[in-house]
Design a protein around this ligand. Structure first.
Ligand code: 4NP
Length: 156
């Protein structure tokens, strides 16, 4: 176990679909493995700042027994790059946006979330927001797998 409490931030575009689900899954996995950690999620965009998660995301988390109705979207800020040890992007576009907005001297490690999952390194978590099909159950499965791997790695 590392000497101090790690801080982890999950980032997508709107902070109402993928990153809140990643946050919820990771909070649950951290608790399961007894990992003390600071966790939040944020969006690179500002369209949904202050909004609760998308109703489909809320319903999907509920299937796993997790209530995320009190989460509120926020946008990534410069301080995040110093406050968090790990910033996980849901896809390559978010990663590119994060790298573009990273201030000089940023200390956070910024990577793709799926780099945590063996066999899925370098791949994206597809944006479910405008998908014609409801792919949120799939989104949950993917972020939950990554959350499990990450919690187990950080707990070691
Ligand atoms: P998220 O999904 O990035 O997983 O939260 C999206 C939510 C909203 C928008 C795009 C993606 N939007 O364009 O408003």
């Amino acid at each position: 176990m590392s000497e101090r409490t790690p801080a982890v931030l999950f980032v997508c575009l709107g902070n109402i679909c993928r990153s809140p689900l990643a946050e919820a899954a990771f909070r649950a996995e951290a608790e399961r493995v007894g990992l003390e950690v600071e966790v939040d999620s944020a969006g690179t965009g500002d369209w949904h700042v202050g909004d609760p998660p998308d109703p489909r995301a809320q319903a999907t988390a509920m299937v796993a027994g997790i209530d995320i109705s009190d989460y509120r979207a926020r946008q990534v800020v410069e301080d995040d790059f110093f406050r968090y040890d790990h910033i996980f992007a849901m896809d390559a576009k978010n990663l590119a946006n994060l790298n573009a907005m990273a201030p000089t001297g940023a200390t956070a490690e910024v990577t793709l979330l799926l780099n945590e999952v063996k066999g899925r390194e370098g791949t994206n978590i597809r944006d479910p927001y405008l998908d014609r099909e409801n792919i949120f159950a799939y989104t949950w499965d993917v972020v939950a797998e990554a959350a499990k791997a990450l919690a187990e790695r950080l707990a070691r």
